[in-house]
Ligand binder design. Structure first.
Ligand SMILES: Nc1ncnc2c1ncn2[C@@H]1O[C@H](COP(=O)(O)OP(=O)(O)OP(=O)(O)O)[C@@H](O)[C@H]1O
Ligand code: SF4
Ligand SMILES: [Mg+2]
Length: 330
């Protein structure tokens, strides 16, 4: 059986606030932000998985923790079946840091303004000591053309200030794929771009996914983008996955009351389709002071007294669809 590209088991990332020497000296109370609070899921080979949820629910923290850019507070990440915490430095370098790459949200921040396009895209090859100088140069030019910056000569000596937002994001994608990764994370990869650039960048990412056989994780507030890009969607609320399933099922037949509200507030998905509209009332609670029991209970239109007693586990609701809600406990 083929191992999933990514599997997390109870992955947890908490941030401690007021933990400095000065705060301790003055007795300031430390607080724990439970940004990611026990997340288990997998991304199969060649699969595109979408992560949805309101701002602050932990999407970016989850992606950075699974890429080992943050060290987990608890839990494990398995890459092609191997626990990354047990990889040697050499394995981390050759197997994980070359194979797993990320494209960030803001192309204005994520391309170094002091570098030419050539230097920025070539840097990962330099750092990993891949190929001769000529081979690296050829690889950079080919990769630029692969991401639609054609002819490469027209872009290769430019600085990012000379490029549009869409072109910068193509440069970021070129840097992310130049090492030939097998896993790509896109954290809101088009949300800072003009509407006109968005579709062509999504199209490019979709083509790369197929042509390079990538497994991917796309993060977005925008369910219509995830609908276009992803095979399955996971919905996060306050650090936990609350529903996971095939994209069509999550969008056309959501089960968790939070997913229903999220889908109902996204009119562009399919304007002809009647769907239950639930208003998402109230603020997202603070991940420092979580409600007891079901985290969604204070905002849930279907909440009952027993919802506040214990955190619900995931229940099977449909084929391959699970929801963290006691309405599905049979
Ligand atoms: N470095 C940090 N230190 C302390 N708290 C943090 C840190 N990074 C994130 N948080 C907190 O963790 C929670 C999750 O943040 P995160 O950025 O992962 O959410 P998100 O779902 O990506 O939000 P958005 O959609 O706005 O990008 C938030 O409450 C945030 O304030
Ligand atoms: S467990 Fe209760 S409060 Fe939580 S989503 Fe289900 S019905 Fe709503
Ligand atoms: Mg984020």
């Amino acid at each position: 059986m083929t191992e999933p590209t990514i599997r997390t088991k109870d992955l947890t990332k908490h941030f401690t606030l007021n933990d400095s020497f000065v705060s301790r000296l003055f007795g300031t109370e430390t607080k724990t932000v439970r940004a990611v609070d026990g997340v288990s899921f997998e991304i199969e080979r060649g699969e595109s998985f979408g992560l949805a949820g309101e701002s602050g629910c932990g999407k970016t923290t989850l992606s950075k923790t699974l890429l080992d850019l943050y060290s987990p507070t608890a839990g494990d990440v398995y890459f092609n079946g191997q626990n990354i915490a047990e990889m040697s430095d050499a394995e981390m370098d050759s197997d994980f840091r070359t194979e797993a790459q990320i494209v960030y949200q803001n192309p204005y921040d994520s391309v170094n303004p002091g570098y030419t396009v050539r230097r920025w895209v070539r840097e990962p090859l330099d750092v990993h000591g891949i190929g001769s100088r000529d081979e690296r140069e050829n690889e950079v030019a080919e990769t630029l053309e692969r991401v639609g910056l054609k002819p490469a000569d027209a872009y290769i000596d430019e600085y990012s200030s000379e490029l549009s937002g869409g072109e910068r994001q193509r440069v970021s994608i070129a840097r992310a794929i130049v090492l030939g990764p097998s896993f790509l994370v896109g954290d809101e990869p088009v949300s800072m771009l003009d509407v006109s650039a968005r579709a062509s960048i999504l199209h490019l990412l979709n083509d790369l996914q197929t042509d390079l056989g990538l497994s991917s994780l796309y993060i977005s507030h925008d369910l219509s983008m995830l609908k276009y890009m992803c095979d399955r969607i996971g919905v996060m609320y306050l650090g936990k996955l609350v529903e996971v399933g095939p994209t069509e099922q999550i969008i056309n037949d959501p089960k968790h009351p939070y997913t229903k509200a999220l889908v109902g507030s996204t009119p562009i998905i399919d304007p002809d389709r009647e769907r239950e509209s639930i208003d998402l009332e109230g603020e997202v609670p603070d991940p420092v002071n979580l409600p007891s029991g079901c985290r969604f209970a204070p905002r849930c239109p279907e909440a009952m007294e027993e919802c506040t007693r214990a955190e619900p586990p995931m229940f099977d609701t449909n084929d391959e669809q699970v929801a963290r809600c006691i309405l599905y406990d049979d």
